[in-house]
Design a protein around this ligand. Structure first.
Ligand code: GDP
Length: 302
């Protein structure tokens, strides 16, 4: 089942809505809506979306359009689904027709970047693509070791820096060239995610992007920002900064298995108008799933 194992904590937060609506009657509307508002806020839907949803429910209830708890619940689910479909419907990877397609994975350290890249390699390979990994996090010595482990685990080739302190853009250039010469379908590029020198990180990412574009026209095809789902709404400033500087084409939201703040999925899509392409719902190799709005809404509102 899709998203099994994921979103259970968020669902627990939102389960109170079912109880409230089971005994709802018109005279009780304001109290019930206050509590629904609270449940949405606690799950990190954020004030903007929460107020929009609750006020539209209130209007429809008092206008007599919603006449039962079930109808209110369905309207609530539909509002969330509408946000995701309007602003983040394009969840499929856009890989273009030129080979190789290049996917850059960016994000701050600890968010789940390397793990997500490994899981994505596994998924794309099992769909039949020839995958080359590129260890573009040259800043952290352990990062390319970690990626080597994933290369072994997934049976993918990897290009790593030959000498210490190599430039990230040089490693990615080498990898994408190899990908082109040797007919790979997709080059998956890891990048650095150091937190404390953000400015030069952003410059480095721009340099990587340019270096890749020089080798394959139209590449990188995707720049996916990995965000730690346990940080909830706190991920928004980070998402904005990366998008302003590098231009993000999609999100990977990780650790949603352990996060009670799954409403941030809706918030980040609404705020940035960029789709969530994958969600991480565990540490296993299979635990990166393509994001599907409807399945998500059904998973969090049980
Ligand atoms: P990076 O520094 O961004 O490359 O982060 P890592 O890929 O090393 O991941 C940091 C930690 O988060 C590791 O212990 C991962 O196993 C864990 N992790 C990554 N994604 C998920 C996920 O979807 N669910 C859970 N529970 N843990 C995850």
């Amino acid at each position: 089942k899709i998203f099994s194992g994921g979103f259970t904590k968020t669902r627990d937060n939102l389960a109170v809505i079912d109880e409230l609506l089971l005994y709802w009657n018109l005279s009780d509307t304001d109290r019930v809506l206050d509590e629904i508002e609270e449940a949405l806020l606690v799950s990190d839907f954020g004030p903007k979306i929460t107020i929009k949803i609750v006020e539209s429910l209130r209007d429809d209830i008092y206008a007599g359009k919603l006449k039962s708890g079930t109808e209110i619940k369905d309207a609530l689910k539909k509002s969330v689904l509408d946000i995701l479909m309007n602003k983040g419907a394009k969840t499929e990877l856009k890989l273009g027709f030129r080979k190789p397609a290049v996917i850059m994975i960016v994000g701050v350290n600890g968010g789940g970047k390397t793990t997500s890249l490994g899981k994505l390699a596994h998924r794309l390979k099992s769909e039949g693509a020839r995958i080359l990994l590129a260890a573009g996090d040259t800043f952290r010595a352990a990062a390319s070791d970690q990626l080597e482990v994933w290369a072994e685990r997934t049976g993918c080739e990897i290009v790593s820096a030959e000498k210490e302190k190599a430039k990230a853009s040089a490693v990615l250039t080498q990898a994408v060239k190899k990908g082109k010469e040797q007919g790979y379908d997709i080059v998956l590029c890891d990048t650095s995610g150091r937190l404390h020198t953000n400015y030069s990180l952003m410059e480095e990412l721009i340099a990587c992007k340019k270096a890749i574009a020089k080798i394959v026209n139209g590449a990188p095809n995707e720049i996916l920002l990995v965000l730690d789902g346990t940080t909830g709404l706190n991920m928004l400033p980070q998402a904005r900064e990366f998008n302003e500087v590098v231009g993000i084409t999609g999100f990977i939201l990780t650790k949603l298995d352990g996060s009670a703040r799954g409403g941030c999925v809706v918030s980040v899509v609404d705020e940035l108008g960029i789709p969530v392409k994958f969600v991480g719902v565990g540490e296993g190799v299979e635990d990166l799933q393509p994001f599907e709005a409807e399945a998500f809404v059904n998973a969090i509102f049980s």
